[in-house]
Each structure stands twice: as C-alpha cells, then as structure tokens.
Design a protein around this ligand. Sequence first.
Ligand SMILES: NC(=O)c1ccc[n+]([C@@H]2O[C@H](COP(=O)([O-])OP(=O)(O)OC[C@H]3O[C@@H](n4cnc5c(N)ncnc54)[C@H](OP(=O)(O)O)[C@@H]3O)[C@@H](O)[C@H]2O)c1
Length: 328
Amino acid sequence: MLNQVYRDEDVDLSVLKNKVVAILGYGIQGRPQALCMRDSGVKVIIGAGARDQFPDWDAAEQDGFEVYDFAEATRRADVIHVLLADPAQPSVYKESIHKNLKSGSTLSFAHGFNVLYGAIQPPKDVNVVLFVPNAPGHLVREKYLAGSGIYGAVAVDQDVTGDAMKIVLALAKAVGSTRVGVVEVEFDSETEGDNFEEQVLYGGTIALMRAVFDVMVQNGYPPYFAYAKSIRSLRSVIDVMDEIGIEAYISERSSRTCEFAVRMSGPRVINRAEIEKIFEETIRGDFAAAWMTEWQLGMFHLHRMRRTWKKSLMEKVGHEWRKLFGGG
Ligand SMILES: NC(=O)c1ccc[n+]([C@@H]2O[C@H](COP(=O)([O-])OP(=O)(O)OC[C@H]3O[C@@H](n4cnc5c(N)ncnc54)[C@H](OP(=O)(O)O)[C@@H]3O)[C@@H](O)[C@H]2O)c1
C-alpha cells in the first residue's frame, strides 16, 4: 500500500558530484532550494529572466551565485531544475531551454503541470523528473538550517541514462527532504493531486474560514472574536491532528461537546458532489486550461479578486488582530 520511501541512508549525493545543476527561477522555491543545494556541496548556477523585468538576477547575484540567462544556464548544466511560475514555463522552455538541452541531461520540475498537459514536450534523449517538497520555499530553507527537512515526493517520467531516479533523489537529499522521507510517486498523479489539493483543500478551507467569519459578524458577533474563531482555532488543532491522527484528536483531545459537534454537523458542510466534479475537471485538464488562459489574458480574475478580498472586513480585522495577539 505504501509507496517506496527514501531516507538519507538510501540516497547517494555523489551522483551529482561532477554535475552542474542550473536552477531556473530564483523565487519562492528557487532561492531556498538553490541555497540548500549549495550548502550540501552541489555545484549550482542560476538561470534568470531579464534583469530589468524580474528580481531573480540581482537577488541570486547578491547571494553569491553565478547567474546566466536561461539559454546559457541550460547549456552549462547537466541538471536543469525548472523553478519558474508554471504558466511562464512553456514560453521560456520554447525560446531558451529546448534547443540548448544536452543529450543525456536531466530536466527537472517541482510540478508536472506543463509536461502532463503537453505545453512542454521534452526531447526523447533527456531524463525528465519531478521533485516536490511539500511546503512553501521559506520552510524548506528553515527546516534545512535546523537540521531537518520537508517531506517530499519524487517521480520519473523519462529515464534515458538509467539513473534518473538516483539523480532526482540526490536533488531531494540536497535540500534536506530525505532527512524526513521522500516518497516515489507517479508523475501524473502527483501533478493532478497537487492541482486537486490546491483547489479543494486550500481553496475550500479558506472559503470556509471566510464563511465562518462573515456569518458570525452578520449575526452581531464582535469581529475580533469572529476572526479568532475562524482562523486561530484551526491553527491550534491542525498540528495535533497531524501528530496523533484525526480520530485520536476527536475522541481523546477534544471535549465531548466538540466531538458531538464535529461528528454530527461537519459532514453537512461538505459538498461531496462538487468535490468529485472538481476532481473530474482536474483529470480532464479543464483546470489546467482555465489557468493557462487566465495567465495569458493577464490574470484579470485574480487581480479583481485580490482587490476585493484585500479590502474585506476580515482582512482589516486580521491586520489589527495580529498586532494585538501576534503568535499567541
Ligand atoms: N511556491 C510553493 O510553495 C511551491 C511548492 C511546491 C512546488 N512549487 C512549484 O515550484 C515551481 C516554482 O514555483 P514558485 O512558487 O517558486 O514560483 P514563483 O516564485 O512565482 O516564480 C519564480 C521566479 O520566476 C520569475 N518569473 C516568472 N515569470 C517569469 C518569466 N516569464 N521569465 C523570467 N522569470 C520569470 C518570478 O519573478 P516574479 O516574481 O517577478 O514574477 C520569480 O522570481 C512551480 O512549478 C510550482 O508549482 C511551488
């Protein structure tokens, strides 16, 4: 039932010994992963977009990396780890990466989106792999520096050299993930699972927090109180559930009143049919197509929603609430 799990002792970093790893993109994932890999002894260079348009070039140089444009970084590298925003990847790939890939090199991603849906079609003579640390980049770095790491997943889509899995595992080890554990997954299911999780789990949880806040405030509860109920309460229980399991949390750590509330009313909140519909849409590629269209048209839905939500009462109250109560 459990997929193959790899830990530090199963993975040999020396497979990267005489290789150059180019990290393309120096953003949320690129910077932390590059710093960790360098600290692990890997030779890392950075590929970045034009200096006057993107912050990556200057930021990477300030951190002491050699920085090149995408084409030159690809030419110089044996492993090309693409950490650009997903919708930006196809055009960068077509213009700068594809024709500069050396035969036998490794093209690596942190999300399989563009390969799965065909916006990037790598040549047949390179390895294609996936390494996904299961957290935002700043946590990857924080955990690495603390001697730990972030649980992650690896997959191989194309193996031309016979050691593609060893290479991607070495990347995972170099950012600390095998200190905790890395699972081998299918390239396609990791990608679809990621898109599904972001829509339903992140999207659904955030929508639920907003709904809890709005209903309480509309019914006359003080906004600070509603804010604490809709966000902080969740934070206080999620780590416990992760540590001991959902069932142990409900039956052993919560009050009996809470247990009754959770078991009786919780399922009424969930629209299972809608979740299944989102799953089908994700598998079919509808989500991918909608996201690529949104990006190409300038993200007008996202900009509009950001503007509205930024001005919402919940955001304003949250700002004040954090000043008053901070992390406590
Ligand atoms: N973020 C996460 O927590 C996370 C977790 C797991 C996997 N991933 C995956 O990791 C990959 C990288 O994601 P990310 O969140 O690290 O990306 P990101 O920070 O949004 O973008 C990476 C960098 O690329 C730059 N960039 C964007 N478009 C560009 C273009 N057309 N030309 C040149 N540079 C460009 C960005 O500059 P600007 O900021 O100026 O746009 C940014 O500095 C994605 O495949 C993502 O799915 C992310």
